[in-house]
Write a protein that binds this ligand. Structure first.
Ligand SMILES: [Zn+2]
Length: 433
């Protein structure tokens, strides 16, 4: 059995990620702006700070990511300049040719693509366009900044162009990823800001650059809601919240559920009400966390403790669908998904008369893409494991709420592994002195 290979029937072509990016067609740029105006113009406000400094020159635009509407606001903010967006391959599902003409550059999530730098250089140096990147690489699960890896500092330094950020606020509150089908009536507000000149990028180290970027992309949607007194009184405002707040701070069970404006633990029967200002209040007993992201970070800490005490591991049966190209998901049947501290993710299954094993080690993944309601296959939670030439969407047992925990474990295992490597390097330096 060859690792990381599926015995596809003849005729399956793999999508090529090494193709040259396309300059966005003028007419499509106009059309995207027209459609974005129809959809978002009345719902959003955009302020610009220092943007006159990059009026006619290429630059790197970094945005936070809450919802598909971010692309529309991005389009409103950058028009009439041409933009090339780096986007997930799944955005190209069944319409790859069109999106390539719109300037999208497809990538598989949480992989290191050797073509990336060359493609970015073509956009900036040849097209003189805006290179738009969403460094969080997925929609924010809880409305706060996700990990932005150090490698972005090196990438910006290598590209050597000015950097701006487009920080969206309210898009998560309007359409949280755990219940994206039911929008809330929230106006959004985005700030587009020039943060680093070409000279800054040349003079500063990659570490200094990434620190500035992280600071500029810091956000907390629930704090923003409270500070600005944004009332969200939709009666379904907590529906789906259990996907991210899966662990009960009372009994530590991991079977939370939600309905209407209520979050509930069926194990100990404790209930919390989500207020119209986005805070949680226990209906009985102590309110452990009124600030929703604090509950989320407590869950992360619990997973970290499991990892450090050696008790973390995951094994479960999953339904797998692969995406070698953008035409169609291929059902691969059921398989066993494992997530282990030493070996990372493995998927073991059988397809077309042959066993297969897909592996993604810990060190290669600073995060993993998860969904709670995946519209392309089933409206259920799933985890996406990608290779450079294929992606595997894994649906665990729908009665087990595990995907958020898998994301925490991926991020924390990566941090532990990096810290261990750094400690070893420091020890070697010490020994050499
Ligand atoms: Zn409980």
């Amino acid at each position: 059995m060859e690792q990381n290979k599926i015995n596809y029937k003849k005729g399956v072509k793999f999508y090529r990620l090494d193709r040259r990016p396309r300059k966005t067609l003028w007419i499509l740029n106009w059309l995207m702006h027209f459609l974005s105006s129809l959809l978002m113009k009345r719902k959003t406000k955009i302020e610009k700070i220092g943007m006159e400094k990059v009026k006619d020159i290429p630059y790197v635009l970094l945005s936070n990511h809450h919802d598909f509407a971010d692309f529309e606001v991005n389009c409103l903010a950058t028009y009439p300049r041409r933009v090339n967006n780096i986007a997930t391959l799944e955005q190209h599902y069944k319409r790859a040719w069109l999106l390539r003409l719109c300037g999208l550059i497809p990538k598989r999530k949480f992989t290191t693509d050797p073509n990336l730098i060359n493609q970015c250089e073509i956009v900036l140096n040849e097209f003189k366009a805006i290179l738009s990147i969403y460094p969080e690489a997925r929609y924010s699960p809880i409305g706060t900044t996700a990990i932005i890896p150090d490698s972005y500092g090196s990438l910006i330094k290598k590209l050597g162009h000015p950097v701006c950020v487009l920080l969206h606020r309210g898009n998560y509150l309007r359409s949280p990823v755990w219940n994206w089908r039911k929008k809330r009536k929230v106006k959004t507000f985005s700030t587009m800001k020039f943060i680093l000149s070409k000279e800054d990028v040349e003079q500063k180290s990659a570490d200094e650059i990434i620190e500035i970027v992280r600071k500029e992309l810091e956000y907390d949607e629930y704090r923003y809601q409270k500070d600005n007194n944004i009332i969200i009184d939709e009666p379904y405002r907590a529906e789906g919240l259990h996907h991210v707040l899966y662990k009960c701070p009372g009994c530590k069970g991991e079977n939370m559920t939600s309905f209407g404006s209520t979050l509930k633990c069926p194990d100990c029967q404790k209930e919390w009400e989500m207020t119209t200002l986005g805070e949680l209040v226990a209906k009985n007993g102590e309110t452990e966390f009124s600030h929703i992201p604090s509950w989320f970070e407590w869950e992360r800490k619990c997973v970290r403790e499991e990892i450090e005490s050696g008790t973390y591991s995951y094994k479960g049966e999953v339904e797998v669908h692969s995406l070698p190209n953008t035409n169609k998901f291929i059902p691969l049947g059921n398989a066993i998904l494992r997530h282990e501290p030493k070996s990372g993710f493995t998927i073991e299954g059988h397809y077309n008369g042959e066993d297969y094993k897909i592996s993604r080690p810990v060190a290669g993944m600073y995060g993993v893409h998860i969904e709670f309601d995946y519209n392309h296959i089933h409206p259920l939670p799933c985890v996406h494991i990608s290779l450079l030439n294929d992606s595997f969407v894994c649906f665990p047992d729908k009665n087990k709420n595990v995907v958020m925990k898998l994301l925490f474990a991926t991020e924390e295992l990566y941090k532990v592994e990096m810290a261990e490597r750094e400690a070893k390097r420091a020890q070697r330096r010490l020994n050499a002195e």
